[in-house]
Design a protein around this ligand. Structure first.
Ligand SMILES: Nc1ncnc2c1ncn2[C@@H]1O[C@H](COP(=O)(O)OP(=O)(O)OP(=O)(O)O)[C@@H](O)[C@H]1O
Length: 669
């Protein structure tokens, strides 16, 4: 088959870039390790090995996916990594480099000197097509990108992919926002929030490598199934050192064995608890009523109580943590003793101060005034002792609220307590009073609408010296404490007044499906708009009613037909019916995974997904079983409809709703 000359030229350029990359790798491999000592030699060898590994060519992707020509006569190829020729001139520019910005952001209204933007159509590492935009040609019509549509519709197998080739201008602005800037992104389902957050992490690590590689970047998501879904994106972008965790794992200092009622959990997540805990910790600092008396030789040295209290007040008001101040107290008291000795004409040195500070008399005195604390002991007392709780919560929580917090039946000891998820967050807050939680360089917080104020504080203290990227959708909030205001959430996170950006172009969900799901919005998140699908393909929506008792058989029929096509299939069912669905599929010999139960080490084309686990996931084709039961499983109507909205917006190409029960009123219109 003959290839158009222009396409052939690009293919040749790709071949030359591949060759250059091979040379760069060979050069690295041929470097001799020369070092003065074995430790440096080992370090150097490891660095070279890592560098050679990073220069390996991946035959399944191309080295570049785009090109820009500028009105200054430059031409840049944009790719996943930097490639240079033998004289060091760039053949391919890293997508994260400053020069690549124009590729993503240039527009007809603001061409940024770009005359031509070329996107490449790629197939297994080869260039098969290209698409041109002449941004300074007024006569040229703006067209929808076929390459973007094909990229989104390319069948999914396995975990989420990166989007470096097709990041959109509004997304790029967020990806490359300054490192110090905390940004909150409100976006309807499928507007690319997760994708943007992950690419932002990769960009930050590139642009501020030294600082962030040391301090660390962390991605926080709603559950393990979600983390497995997104876990391959950053490694594919060359970033293997970014941690991925859930909020529960983040604060897991104790095993969680208890369950709170909804009312209790909501109250434990309330920001007022922060003040209750602060008081509970700092009230442990006592007042001296007796002088400190330190015998040394034949003399006794006295530090009067008022002076001790002066030292305590000063330490308590310095803004240092409880434990740090506690550790300073013996030295401060010993210093007061030292001053007395000097006043009496002695000339003691530092060693005397040290030995006074370490003496058992001073230790005991300090322990009585500023005792060592265990967060579990503090919380145990608050949750089991009404009078202790009243002392600290008196003017903050009503008596009824205090009753809600107290254990119905207090455990015998802190060791016997069955801590709940919400308790673990409180223990984390307490631990931070004792010892400062180390701050990371950047935190990407996904599905942030579901976090309680106390959970947001837990995340916030992990980025006090860094910034955060906060991603979410208020309409998808399904916890009883979900937020209705990003401004409030950002305050709890410790980043008040941060910028809130709205993404409203939908990449995942095709028009027919989003219109169907959006019928729910006025009933559960009035004021929030549905995304506008960027896709020309309207997708396929099928509502399939069955006689009672036949829904499962219908699901099996639909899945049987769906697996014949390439791409992933998700069967989202009410949690209570997951086992039945799994069994029905197995009975028909349809291989599948069950999310939330299996670990993602085996890839399945079909996954059965409990409705409570579906958040953040996506599948080429989705089958939703019994929407009414999915909604009814939640504690209230609003949460039920929100859960349903999440579930109905997971499909990239087709959604089939199977129901024998009547549909919720909002959907049957
Ligand atoms: N610029 C883009 N180019 C190609 N694909 C994109 C782009 N932006 C987003 N996508 C794709 O759209 C899908 C939805 O993106 P993502 O999961 O990030 O959305 P989200 O806003 O986090 O959705 P949700 O609120 O449902 O969790 C993903 O498959 C993602 O790769």
């Amino acid at each position: 088959m003959s290839v158009a000359p222009e396409l052939r030229k690009e293919q040749e350029y790709l071949a030359a870039a591949r060759e250059a990359l091979r040379r760069m790798r060979e050069q690295t491999l041929s470097l001799q390790v020369q070092a003065h000592d074995p430790i440096s030699a080992e370090h150097l060898a490891r660095t070279l090995h890592l560098r050679a590994a990073s220069l390996a060519d991946d035959p399944t992707t191309t080295l570049f996916f785009g090109r820009v020509d500028t009105d200054q006569g430059e031409r840049w190829y944009i790719g996943r990594r930097h490639v240079a020729d033998t004289s060091g001139d760039p053949l391919v520019i890293d997508w994260r480099a400053q020069m690549s910005t124009a590729f993503y952001r240039a527009s007809r209204s603001e061409p940024m000197h770009v005359t031509l933007r070329r996107r490449f159509g790629l197939d297994r590492g080869a260039i098969t097509a290209y698409e041109d935009e002449h941004l300074q040609d007024r006569a040229e019509q703006e067209a929808r990108s076929r390459i973007l549509a094909e990229e989104i519709e390319r069948p999914r197998v396995g975990p989420m992919r990166d989007i470096v080739a097709t990041i959109q201008p509004e997304q790029d602005e967020i990806v490359r926002a300054g490192a110090e800037q905390t940004i909150c992104v409100q976006g309807a389902p499928g507007t690319g929030k997760t994708a943007v957050g992950l690419h932002r992490a990769a960009w930050l690590l590139y642009a501020f490598r030294d600082r962030l590689a040391r301090s660390g970047v962390l991605v926080i998501g709603p559950n393990r199934a979600f983390l497995e879904h997104i876990g391959a994106v950053l490694p594919a972008l060359g970033e293997v050192a970014v941690g991925h965790t859930t909020i529960e794992e983040l604060v897991a200092s104790v095993p969680v064995r208890g369950v709170d009622s909804t009312e209790t959990a909501v109250l434990k997540g309330d920001a007022r608890l922060a003040e209750v805990l602060r008081r509970a910790v700092w009230s442990r600092v006592g007042r001296a009523s007796e002088a400190l008396v330190v015998p040394r030789g034949s003399r006794k040295w006295r530090v009067p109580a008022y002076e001790v209290n002066g030292i305590i007040d000063e330490l308590a008001s310095r803004g240092v943590r409880y434990d740090a101040a506690r550790q300073m107290l013996p030295q401060r008291l010993a210093h007061a003793v030292l001053l007395q000795m000097e006043r009496a004409g002695d000339s003691p040195d530092d060693r005397v101060q040290d030995s006074v500070a370490r003496s058992s008399i001073v230790k005991r005195y300090v322990q009585s005034l500023w005792p060592a604390l265990d967060p579990r002991a503090v919380l145990f007392e608050l949750l089991s002792d009404p009078s202790a709780l009243a002392t600290h919560a008196g003017n903050l929580l009503t008596e009824d609220e205090q009753q809600v917090l107290l254990w119905d039946k207090a455990p015998r000891s802190k060791g016997a307590a069955r801590w709940s998820v919400a308790d673990a967050v409180l223990l984390d807050e307490l631990a931070d009073h004792l010892e400062r939680t180390p701050s990371l360089g950047h935190v990407v917080l996904d599905e942030a609408q579901d976090l309680s104020p106390m959970q947001l504080r837990a995340v916030g203290r992990r980025c006090t010296t860094g910034a955060a990227t906060v991603l979410g959708d208020i309409a998808q909030g399904t916890t009883p404490w979900a937020t209705d205001s990003w401004e409030e959430s950002l305050e709890h996170l410790g980043k008040p007044g941060s910028h809130v950006e709205v993404l409203d172009r939908g990449f995942r969900v095709p028009a027919s499906v989003i219109e169907y799901a959006a019928q729910l919005l006025p009933h559960m998140a009035a004021g929030l708009g549905a995304p506008v699908s960027v896709r020309e393909n309207p997708g396929r929506l099928t509502i399939s009613g069955t006689a009672p008792g036949e829904a499962l058989a219908r699901v099996v029929d639909v899945v049987t037909a769906e697996v014949a096509e390439p791409g992933s299939v998700g069967v989202i069912a009410p949690d209570a019916q997951v086992e039945a669905v799994s069994k029905a599929l197995s009975d028909k010999g349809i291989e599948h995974g069950v999310l939330g139960r299996d670990h993602g080490d085996v890839e399945h084309q079909v996954d059965v997904v409990p409705a409570s686990v579906a958040k953040g996931l996506e599948f080429d084709r989705v089958v939703v079983l019994e929407p009414a039961a999915i909604a009814a499983a939640e504690p209230d109507e609003r949460t039920g409809l929100r859960r349903l909205y999440v579930v109905l917006t997971r499909a990239v190409s087709a959604l089939t709703v199977v129901h024998s029960e009547p549909l919720p009123a909002a959907l049957s219109a």
